[in-house]
Design a binder for this molecule. Structure first.
Ligand code: ZN
Length: 189
């Protein structure tokens, strides 16, 4: 970890100016909204399963010169983890790789972000003196979590009628994943 940069309160402008790259592993339990999402959409808790409970992440700052003067502040972010969820075909536990690869460009204010958002492939964020990178990583991973997780090939074959009944009962019983995500998605400040 770079001693001059605290990812709870990152000075993005300074980080971009120095074009620093950082990467690491972070324990999942720190990300309470992701843990809650996994609990809502899964059947088995991570504690019962072997394997990784860590998020691997990497960030890189970049200053991009603009023709005519000035420069843009960019942050590139990659993050991934394995979540244990419920397969929507066989209803068994399925381990899903959730990964995000996103670039952010920082702008002066909300009005600029709204004006330029349509024409931009990157995400626009309003520049703040202190960015919580962990929250940003968590937001991105929540958005990349599949709403209908499935095995590529389900491990057991069940008669079709039984599958359909089980599927429909489970659909009635489980929380609406869109509602669950909406609740968890952090509201913009
Ligand atoms: Zn399955």
């Amino acid at each position: 970890m770079h001693k001059n940069f605290d990812l709870n309160r990152l000075n993005v402008k300074a980080f971009a100016r120095e074009e620093i790259s950082l990467e690491g592993l972070q324990d999942l339990p720190q990300f309470t909204r992701l843990v809650e999402l996994e609990a809502k959409l899964g059947t088995v808790s991570h504690a019962d399963l072997p394997g990784s409970t860590q998020i691997s992440w990497a960030i890189q700052g970049e200053l991009v010169p603009v023709s005519g003067g000035g420069e843009q502040i960019w942050l590139h972010l990659k993050a991934e983890l394995h979540l244990t969820m419920q397969c929507q075909r066989c209803m068994g536990a399925v381990t899903v790789l959730v990964s995000s690869d996103q670039s952010f460009r920082f702008v002066a204010d909300e009005a600029t972000a709204e004006a330029e958002d349509e024409a931009s492939e990157e995400d626009l964020l309003v520049l703040t003196p202190e960015l919580n990178v962990w929250e940003l990583i968590e937001d991105e991973l929540i958005m990349c979590t599949p709403l209908v997780p499935k095995h590529d090939v389900c491990p057991t074959l069940v008669p079709m009628s039984a599958v359909d009944e089980a599927f429909e009962e489970a659909q009635d019983a489980r929380p609406n994943p869109f509602a669950a995500l909406a609740q968890l998605k952090k509201k913009p400040n």
